[in-house]
Write a protein that binds this ligand. Sequence first.
Ligand code: EPU
Length: 419
Amino acid sequence: MEKLVITGPTPLKGEIFVSGAKNSAVAILPATLLIDGICTIKNLPNISDVRITCEILEGLGAKINWIDKNTIEVDTRDINNTIAPIDLTRKFRASYYLIGSMLGRKKEIEVGLPGGCNLGARPIDQHIKGFEALGAKVEIISGNVCARAEKLIGNTVYMDMVSVGATINIMLAGVLAEGTTIIDNAAKEPHIVDIANFLNTMGADIRGAGTDTIKINGVTKLKGGQTYSVVPDQIEAGTFMLGAVASRGDLIIKNCVPEHLECITAKILEIGGNVEINGDSIHVWCDTKPNKANVKTLPYPGFPTDLQPQIGVVLSLADGTSIINESIWESRFQYTNELNKMGAKITAQGKSAIFEGVDNLYGASVYSTDLRAGAALIIAGVCATGTTEIYNLHHIDRGYENIEEKFRLLGANIERIIE
Ligand code: EPU
């Protein structure tokens, strides 16, 4: 069993280079299935979700050539299988993007029902509603999603709730459909724009990504032949911004898109931290105890749920009592039990939690309950007095590239140990 061992407290100081966005990469890779050709993808985060997605693509007939640890060439000319490796697809959430892209390319696909972090109920009814509106038939058989269509014909799909995954999936299905697909009440996250940019670079005709209404004019073929670089990871950048504040450190976070982080910047300023933007770098520092604040997670451009546990660490150490309302996931406060083992005073009930600020956290043995909980526990370990051991690292490795190396570069005393 692997664990991270962190001895603190250490203020994080120095410069850090943000990797490509996980949630963009895990959609762009399935999107390559729409291309009858070869493309090159750069700035891919080297994380386990990306490596598994590459294996799944190979199982469907794609040829993948790793040019370096963050760049691949994908040849999707010969997609000869319509049953995705079931065990692999069950391992993570984003395998549902195979449905939209394979419906587009081969009009047929079978995948294992998607897994991923346990954050409460994760239905895919909006995805299915979209595929059916375009003419597909979708059935769940023995825990697998089986989707097929004679042909896909563009239609208007109104999303009952803002869903990142359903917006991307319907966009994927619409690319090679006949006619125009319109997605109303679409999600607007930066990676939705990134995936639309990727598809347009390869020959698609998608307009309006990043707004409430996305219009996809179907094309007959994506030729590829282009190189595309994945957008920097908004959540990794935000993780380090909040790490700087929690540890009362001083970080320059490079290779990020500051516009994607405006709500984090605003929250950091509200709690008494400092933020300076310089091109694609963000300088964040904090030399006092942060002020209390209330946070409500919302779809973009609101405060991202994927940074909720990380700001939870900041508010655990703030002056006064703060409240976080989680409006996206049912069970995103599991990490609070772990933080309480470290001396935090958090009462979580349902979708809200009360954080009574404490002066110090203390090292303890804790379990990463999901990916972002893991990132929060690393920040907590860096801030805590004494030694923290973090278990369940597979969650963290799904989404952060070289996490302990990056924290070590910033001064953290952190080691990965195999027991
Ligand atoms: N929802 C439905 N029906 C659907 C789809 C979603 O009811 O068909 C509900 C969900 O249950 C949830 C809400 O709508 O309450 C939003 O879910 P969304 O579809 O936006 O989430 P997702 O696409 O499954 C992605 C990220 C998550 C991130 C959310 C919200 C990927 C692979 N995952 O999930 O990332 O929390 O958007 O921003 O892109 C993470 O990176 O740690 C992570 C969990």
